[in-house]
Write a protein that binds this ligand. Structure first.
Ligand SMILES: C[S@@+](CC[C@H](N)C(=O)[O-])C[C@H]1O[C@@H](n2cnc3c(N)ncnc32)[C@H](O)[C@@H]1O
Length: 231
């Protein structure tokens, strides 16, 4: 397995994130919107993210049950980092410098020995070799990117054959009351930095990945936990 720490670039990605079509359907969120939204949210992100706490724990439990070296894609402020088990090594990437400052503080404060580092990088253009990781995990982030299908391709590319891609997110709801909250939040997508009405279709079409499970996380009906195996 290639050691991602030896890959050439952890520098800021040279490729800007294009405002995009793809799976965000009618809402285009580009890299500048993401950076500016998360610069605003970073200081209060722990509070804002409270509704996702249980879903995040379920996703981390899935990763812990698999084990190995995982890339956390869209690591944000590193809320999940203290919950990974010792059988998991984590490398994190995110587009937002402001979010990563918090993640680095957490790594130092909690002395998280199984985190190799967090790096400013665009998920549509990862600076890692093919097959560099045993798995990737992406929580509450796939609906914040301009082209979810392209990110799924990248997440699959950096995983070794037989490795796993774990996705946890809210997709366009099919049941009340989440249908109502989607409708209320969608007009604010660019300010939120994520698209509450993105459908699940965009993450299911990656040819390199086979869906092995689709589970509901807590709170019921709000988040999907998808586990794929790289063919
Ligand atoms: C809702 S936060 C989730 C953070 C973390 N996964 C968690 O569970 O708390 C979404 C994160 O995705 C990051 N993000 C959005 N688009 C990105 C991209 N194209 N490349 C890398 N990170 C991106 C944002 O900067 C933000 O930190």
């Amino acid at each position: 397995m290639t050691d991602p720490d030896r890959s050439p670039a952890y520098a800021r990605s040279a490729t800007p994130v294009a405002a995009g079509a793809g799976t965000s359907r009618d809402i285009a969120i580009d890299g500048d919107m993401v950076r500016s939204a998360y610069a605003r949210w970073a200081p209060v992100y722990t509070l804002l993210a409270a509704p996702t706490a249980l879903g995040r724990k379920d996703a981390v439990a899935k990763v812990n049950s698999i084990g190995g070296h995982f890339l956390e894609a869209g690591v944000g402020t590193g809320l999940a980092l203290p919950d990974y088990a010792p059988n998991v090594t984590i490398t994190g990437v995110d587009l937002s410098h402001d979010m990563l400052v918090r993640a680095n503080e957490k790594i130092a404060k909690e002395r998280l020995a199984n985190v190799t580092g967090v790096h400013e990088m665009d998920l549509t253009n990862l600076a890692f070799a093919d097959g560099a990781f045993d798995g990737t995990v992406c929580m509450f982030t796939i609906t914040a990117v301009p082209d979810a299908a392209k990110v799924m391709d990248e997440l699959a590319r950096v995983v070794r054959p037989g490795g796993h891609v774990v996705i946890c997110s809210h997709f366009r709801a099919e049941r009340f009351p989440w249908t109502l909250s989607d409708r209320i939040l969608s007009p604010f997508a660019t300010r939120l930095g994520w698209n509450p009405s993105m459908t699940i279709d965009g993450v299911l079409g990656c040819e390199a990945l086979e869906l092995v499970s689709r589970e509901d996380t807590r709170p019921s009906g709000l988040f999907d936990l998808l586990t794929f195996r790289k063919r």
